[in-house]
Structures are given as structure tokens and as C-alpha cells.
Ligand binder design. Structure first.
Ligand code: E4P
Length: 226
């Protein structure tokens, strides 16, 4: 499962990219607004920071305008993916853009039925929103599992991107159920790496090493620098 950041914050993207496990970025109008930067330079910079897909959301529900925006977004960079909301007009635009070979991420997806529509329209990615389903007391993992199962049974190529992730277990469950991609805020990304036993274990090893070091004789050159 590819790990993706859901942010337009360049510092967060640079930091996650530095770890060597970042495979993409998703943005939306809310995260773009939060970044408070000029839109086009910001999106170009994000696309240059990651090798994987960068989803950039459209801002209309008019099919013709969606197609026009989609064509322009696809021109921003080779890894720019057009994000379109799951509406009837959106589906019509997904069909037209997909037929032109443009990659589309169908966002704001909340049911397996919507997942089927996205795949049938030729979407490159479908994004079920897990956290927002949990917020209204709906079993988001059942929705994700159903979409993954249906896609496998039907042989759909559309990638399933688990979105609206709020905590590390959302990520773990998404991987277990077979999601192709998981996108998350930087706080969740960070929480994947942290464990108190790792911190405690590292401190104990470091302390033991420092205490024994004067008696360990010849070390590797890089160990002498550490
Ligand atoms: C994904 O593409 C969405 O931008 C994102 O996951 C939405 O997350 P939220 O429900 O936390 O806003």
C-alpha cells in the first residue's frame, strides 16, 4: 500500500519525503486554502517534491468546466492527477477525461455503489472517505472492504485510496483490507513511526553504548563520529 500525505504544507511534504516512504500527495480546496500560497506555484512545487501521484481538486460541478479544469490540471506536471467529486456531472467528466487518457481521482466517495460508478467511468483512483463515515456512526471499514472486494471480483483497474484517515489503526486496517493507497494528515503519518518502547529501547542501547565505549577499543570510523 502506497503512503500518501493529505496536505498542501510544503514543510510537511519535504519532511515525509525525507523519510523515503512517501509515494504521493492529495490536496483539496481546504488544504490549499490553509497553505495560504499562490495556487499554481504551490501545486507545481508539490509535484516536484514527490515522485508519485499528486491529486489536485477541481472547483466546479459543471461537466464542461470540469473537463476544462481537468485538462489544465493534467498539464501542470506528469504526476498531477485530477480530483473530481462523486456527482452525476462529475462522472460525466470522469468518463470524458479518462477517454482522453487523463488520470482522475474520484473523491467524496462514501458507498460501494459510488465505488462501482467511479470504476465504470474509468477512474484511475477512487477515494472512499473513512473518517467522515465514522463521524456519522457508519462502519467505514465495511465500506472500504466492500469496495476492495468488488474491485477484485470485477477486475477493475481503478486504485482504491483510503482517505480521511484520522489515526494509525485506520492505516493498518486499510492495508489489511487491500487498499492500494492510504492518504493521511502529517500528524497521522508521524504517529505511524512512533512507539514508546522504540524510544525507551533506543535510549537504553545508547546509554549502554556510551558507558562501554571507552573500553571497546577500535571502532568503525563513522562510530567515532557519532
Ligand atoms: C483525500 O483526498 C481528502 O482530501 C482527505 O482525506 C479528506 O480528509 P478529511 O475528512 O480529514 O478532511
Amino acid at each position: 500500500m502506497k503512503l500518501s500525505l493529505d496536505t498542501a504544507d510544503l514543510e510537511e511534504i519535504r519532511e515525509a519525503a525525507r523519510w523515503g516512504v512517501l509515494r504521493g500527495v492529495t490536496t483539496n480546496p481546504s488544504t490549499i486554502a490553509k497553505a495560504q500560497s499562490d495556487f499554481l506555484p504551490l501545486v507545481k512545487e508539490i509535484c516536484s517534491l514527490v515522485e508519485g501521484d499528486v491529486s489536485v481538486e477541481t472547483t466546479t460541478n459543471d461537466s464542461d468546466l470540469l473537463v476544462a479544469q481537468g485538462r489544465e490540471i493534467a498539464q501542470i506536471a506528469d504526476n498531477a492527477v485530477v480530483k473530481i467529486a462523486m456527482t452525476a456531472n462529475g462522472l460525466a467528466a470522469v468518463r470524458r477525461l479518462s477517454d482522453e487518457g487523463i488520470k482522475v481521482n474520484v473523491t467524496l466517495t462514501f458507498t460501494p455503489a459510488q465505488g462501482i460508478l467511479a470504476a465504470e467511468a474509468g477512474a484511475y483512483i477512487v477515494s472512499p472517505f473513512l473518517g467522515r463515515l465514522d463521524d456519522i456512526a457508519t462502519d467505514s471499514m465495511k465500506v472500504l472492504a466492500d469496495i476492495c472486494d468488488i474491485y477484485a471480483i470485477q477486475g477493475y483497474d481503478t486504485q482504491v485510496l483510503a482517505a480521511s484517515l484520522r489515526h494509525p489503526m485506520h492505516v493498518v486496517e486499510a492495508a489489511r483490507l487491500g487498499a492500494d493507497i492510504a492518504t493521511m494528515p502529517f500528524t497521522v503519518f508521524e504517529s505511524l513511526v512512533k512507539h514508546p518502547l522504540t524510544d525507551a529501547g533506543f535510549k537504553r542501547f545508547s546509554d549502554d553504548w556510551e558507558n562501554a565505549r571507552p573500553h571497546l577499543g577500535e571502532l568503525l570510523p563513522s562510530m567515532q563520529e557519532a
